[in-house]
Ligand binder design. Structure first.
Ligand code: GDP
Length: 422
């Protein structure tokens, strides 16, 4: 059984053109090729990667793509003690026409990276997605992209997130340098400067002292960060009043995590995915602050016959229950029904009940979509996301479950997008 604490189901929400595709590309590249400095680099994997450029393009537009992230133990290096996190990145369409699809994807993800352009800030589509994320109580971290562009202004975007989206946005970083000269960030938790090496695709960095001319500003922002999260940790609150310098990094991370999951704060970071800066740090933040499937409440559904409310815990030992959230056709494997398993265990080749149709469906194969390959898996368990292949009739919004333990996870009827006929 997979340890769900190291699993993250998240989406990247952005206004069109803010850099979602570029950021997703970077994530898949970092997770699929060289993980981090210090890790053995498999040359064959690179060639393979290049050859499958086209398929990767298809993966990016896939409803969910899976990858693994090595969470560093110290200073960004990977050692045998590094934790491997499994990511399922769920697509949240960035165009206003697909708002219904965004709604669906919000149901199945546990956290979001809200991506903004450092130049354009909060745009109409970010507001729409934000409201939907509020409705589904999705914890978020903010990533302000395009810091290398002229007119980039991180703190202005932070201000807009507060004023236009009504969120308590708190910077975890301050940019060092701007526009062409954007080099790195002051990490307000470590109180160190991080200078990324772009030539190694941002995988490595130098840690420096906070630049003298930024010290006063950094101390101010750190104090407001500590203040924003102190109420989530009694000890931290005590230290905040007695000796703020005695607060450890681990205590800070834990308090930020709790406040983020509680929807009290939105931690804000910045970078440039185009220039390979900051995306890795954002992925570390996904591990640190966004919830795992076991951090969220058990899902509620109704009994299809009695209407009584039932819950399913994110536990492989519970009866199987999953929600289909997207049907799409993949040129390599055919029709796919992407679903999130909320509870239980499902073997490929076994049967589920489709509650809507009242019929049993054989899920002949279960796939996971990776950056450059589609892998069949033998089974899927609570908390994970996969795609069923070889089914007869599954629609988005359908609950697939153990026939002896029926449950309807979604009563809301969401129509399929209307395709205009000329
Ligand atoms: P999407 O519509 O949100 O998926 O945005 P894309 O990833 O397609 O990016 C839109 C445009 O912005 C493309 O031309 C990218 O090359 C560019 N872009 C993305 N990220 C950055 C960045 O960090 N800096 C700069 N200068 N350009 C970027």
């Amino acid at each position: 059984m997979a340890d769900l604490r190291f699993q993250r189901n998240f989406g990247i929400a952005a206004h069109i053109d803010a850099g979602k595709t570029t950021t997703t590309e970077r994530i898949l590249r970092y997770t699929g090729m060289i993980h981090r400095i210090g890790e053995v680099h498999d040359g064959a994997a690179t060639t393979d990667w290049m050859e499958q450029e086209k398929e990767r393009g298809i993966t990016i537009t896939s409803a969910a793509v899976s990858c693994q992230w090595n969470f560093p133990t110290d200073k960004g290096t990977v050692t045998p003690e590094s934790k491997k996190y499994s990511f399922n990145i769920i697509d949240t369409p960035g165009h206003v026409d697909f708002t219904v699809e965004v709604e669906r994807s919000m149901r199945v993800l546990d956290g979001l990276i809200a991506l903004f352009s450092a130049v354009d800030g909060v745009e109409p589509q970010s507001e729409t997605v934000w409201r939907q994320a509020n409705r589904y109580k999705v914890p978020r971290i903010g990533f302000v992209n395009k810091m290398d562009r002229s007119g980039a202004d991180f703190l202005n975007v932070v201000k807009q997130v507060k004023e236009m989206l009504g969120a308590k946005a708190v910077p975890l970083q301050l940019p060092i340098g701007a526009e062409d000269n954007f080099k790195g960030v002051v990490d307000l938790i470590k109180m160190k400067g991080i200078i990324w090496h772009a030539e190694t695709e941002g995988m490595t960095f130098d840690e420096i002292d906070v630049p003298a001319d930024m010290l006063a500003e950094a101390e101010e922002w750190r104090a407001s960060l500590v203040e924003a999260v102190a109420e989530y940790d009694d000890m931290l609150m005590e230290k905040f009043f007695e000796d703020p310098n005695s607060i450890t990094e681990a205590e800070m991370h834990e308090a930020i995590r709790k406040a983020t999951i509680d929807l009290s704060i939105v931690p804000m970071m910045c970078g440039s995915s185009f220039k390979n800066k900051g995306v890795q740090t954002a992925l570390d933040a996904v591990c640190r602050y966004l919830p795992s499937p076991v951090d969220i409440d058990a899902i509620e559904g109704t009994h299809p016959d009695t209407g009584e409310t039932i819950t399913r815990k994110p536990d492989a030992k519970e009866p199987f229950a999953a929600l289909a959230f997207k049907i799409m056709t993949d040129p390599f494997v055919g029709r796919l029904a992407f679903f999130r398993a909320y509870s239980g265990h499902l073997d490929a080749g076994s049967y589920v009940l489709n509650v809507r149709s009242g019929k049993k469906e054989r899920i002949s194969r279960i796939m996971k979509m990776f950056a450059n390959k589609q892998n069949p898996i033998d089974f899927i368990e609570a908390g994970d996301i996969g795609a069923a292949v070889g089914f007869k009739e599954i629609k988005t919004g359908d609950t697939l479950c153990d026939e002896n333990h029926p449950i309807t996870l979604e009563n809301m009827f969401i129509p399929e997008p209307v395709i205009a006929v000329a």
